[in-house]
Structure formats: structure tokens, C-alpha cells
Design a protein around this ligand. Sequence first.
Ligand SMILES: NC(=O)c1ccc[n+]([C@@H]2O[C@H](COP(=O)([O-])OP(=O)(O)OC[C@H]3O[C@@H](n4cnc5c(N)ncnc54)[C@H](OP(=O)(O)O)[C@@H]3O)[C@@H](O)[C@H]2O)c1
Length: 349
Amino acid sequence: MNTNQPCPYGSHRVITPLGALPQSADVIDNTMVCQDNEILIDVQTLNIDSASFTQIREACGSDPEAMKAMILSIVARRGKMQNPVTGSGGMLLGTIREVGKALTRDLKPGDSIATLVSLSLTPLKIDKILSLYMDKDQVDIRGQAILFETGIYAKIPTDLPADIVLSALDVAGAPAQVAKLVHQNDAVLIIGSGGKSGVLCAYQARKSAGPQGKIIGLIYDESERADLESLAVCSQIVQADARKPMEVFSRVMEASGGVKMDVTINVVNVPGTEMASILPTKDSGIVYFFGMATSFSRAALGAEGIKSEARMMIGNGYTAGHDRLTLDLLRESPVLRGLFQKRYGAEAK
Ligand SMILES: NC(=O)c1ccc[n+]([C@@H]2O[C@H](COP(=O)([O-])OP(=O)(O)OC[C@H]3O[C@@H](n4cnc5c(N)ncnc54)[C@H](OP(=O)(O)O)[C@@H]3O)[C@@H](O)[C@H]2O)c1
């Protein structure tokens, strides 16, 4: 292990390049010995970030054994589950094994938690991958992980199943930001609204915009329409490919009667969707890029190229109270909860 003093941000575990923090490091030390300011976790499930899981699936031709091998090799090489192509991670479900003696936490061995910091900075060791779930971007493993002093986590509540809690908390930053960005009567576009964060954002957008707000849900595949319709929160649902900005622009303008959006939320898991988000947004509006495949240069230079002044936000996975807000959405809407249960619950593959 790096001989530096234990650091609250985990820099003592960085191997290369020295001086970096764990998220941007190439390799971190995944020795599973709990330092005084760390928490050691026995891991049950990894929820791999959607952009990362999609990239791994495509690179492996959807072969589960090849995907498992790729995940094992990334973790063996880097000491963390950070996809080298997308740079993204995910989060994990596990039980507390040990709490470092310098820490005061509301945790004891055996407590079930989900980490709320990215796997892209979390020291991880996988002994074995037990199962890979193609439809919910998860793998069950036998292994251990370390949470740093500044690492946040949520205790798994007793009133919701752990698997859907894990899925929802993975994207908790998105609906919580929607609650902060969307105001009464706003026109809101959600690109990727049939996906996991998409349905949470659509639901929260309706709550925040109220009955007079206009919520447009953009889906890629018609198969996602029924689930989204069942929530009854979108004013209109349009189908388009977000990699085709002019197609998106004309569908959205058609649906809104020519009015541009106050807030656009991008929760897509593929690259090349920046301009589809910026084009239909007012100059005074906000584009919130939550998708991990977002390119800073495409967004910044593309906005300049069309003379757009829309404010653009990087979708930080954390915002205060995000875990509580997201789980409360599942608590208050039986339809949303049923949808999560069907897609990410125990019976999902
Ligand atoms: N910022 C953060 O901290 C953070 C945290 C977690 C996740 N993320 C990122 O947030 C994004 C969404 O995550 P998620 O878990 O909600 O993913 P998800 O459930 O896979 O949803 C992604 C959605 O995007 C749609 N989509 C794919 N290609 C599209 C296209 N060309 N045009 C329009 N829609 C398209 C998908 O439709 P199909 O299913 O039909 O392909 C799906 O509905 C991912 O990029 C993920 O990496 C960010």
C-alpha cells in the first residue's frame, strides 16, 4: 500500500499516477485490509453504470461469459470497476465487515448498505462472479470493497426490497436534480425517458412542474412507451433517435406547438446526444447532462455553433438528500415501484 498518511479522500491508495485522487487514478490499491479511516464491505452485488454495461455488452457481443471475464480483468488491472472506455463505474450493495477505529459511524458489522460513491473510485476485489443479469446491469459477486472516510452510503431500508433500492440509488442524483431545476408550469424534455433514471425524472418533473407543466418524454424504442404511459406523467411521448438532433428538434417542436423547453434532462446511455438536448432548449433554459457518454467538447462547441446560451450542467451523481428523495418516489407511487420491481426486482433477469 502507498505509504502516505491515510487520506479522507483515499489518495493513500492511489498507485498510478501518484498525486491523483482515486477516481482519476489508473490503478488503485485494492488490498482488503481496513485502515483506521476506512470501512470494509463484503460485496453481494455490483450495479454497473448503464453506459459502462452497454459498452461491455457491445464489446463482448452480448456473451455473458466474455462480459464476466472483461469485468474481472478490469478490476484485476485497476483495483476498481472503472470502465476504461466510458470512465464510469456504478455502485454496490454489501454488508459491513469492519469499521475503521478512527471513524464514528451509525454502522455495525452485518448492516446492509448501498454505497453512494462511484465504483470508479472504490477499491474492489472480486473473488468470483456468481451471476450476471443482462437486463438490470448487475452482477452478483463474492468479493470485498473499501469505502473511504468521505464515502457516502445509504442503509438499506426495511420497507423496500434491496435490489430495487440498489437500482434506484444508482441514479438518485437525477430525479433529485430535477426537483431543484424544474419549476411550476415549466416545459420539460426528458431524453431517454423510458430508462431507469428516465422514469424517475419524468415522475419528479410532473411533481415539480404541476398539472399545467408540459412534460415531453422522448423514447428510443416503442417498447418503452407502455411503461412510461402507465405512469401518466408525460403530456406527450415522442419517439426519436437522440443521435439525430434535427429529428429530435422537429418531433419536440411538433409536440410542444413550437415552444422550446425550459429544462432538458439527458439520461441517455450512448454518445452523440448533446445537440439533441441543446437544440430544443430555450436560450434562458437549462440542459442537465446526466448521461455518462456526454462529451464536454461536443456540448460546448456545439452550443456555440448554434448560438445557444442555454445553461449546461454536468450531472453530478450527488445532490443533498438525493437518496431519500428517490426512495420516497418509489414509496409514494405504487406504479413506479411496480415498474422497478418488474424491471430490477428479484424476478428480473
Ligand atoms: N451522472 C451520474 O452520476 C450518473 C450516475 C448513474 C448513471 N449515469 C448515467 O445516466 C445514464 C442513464 O442511466 P440509466 O441507468 O437510466 O440507463 P438506462 O436505464 O439504460 O436508460 C438509458 C435510456 O436511453 C435510451 N437510449 C439509448 N439510445 C438512445 C438514443 N439513440 N436515442 C434516445 N434514447 C436512447 C435507452 O433506450 P433503449 O433501452 O431503447 O436503448 C434507455 O431508455 C447513463 O449514461 C448512465 O451511465 C450517470
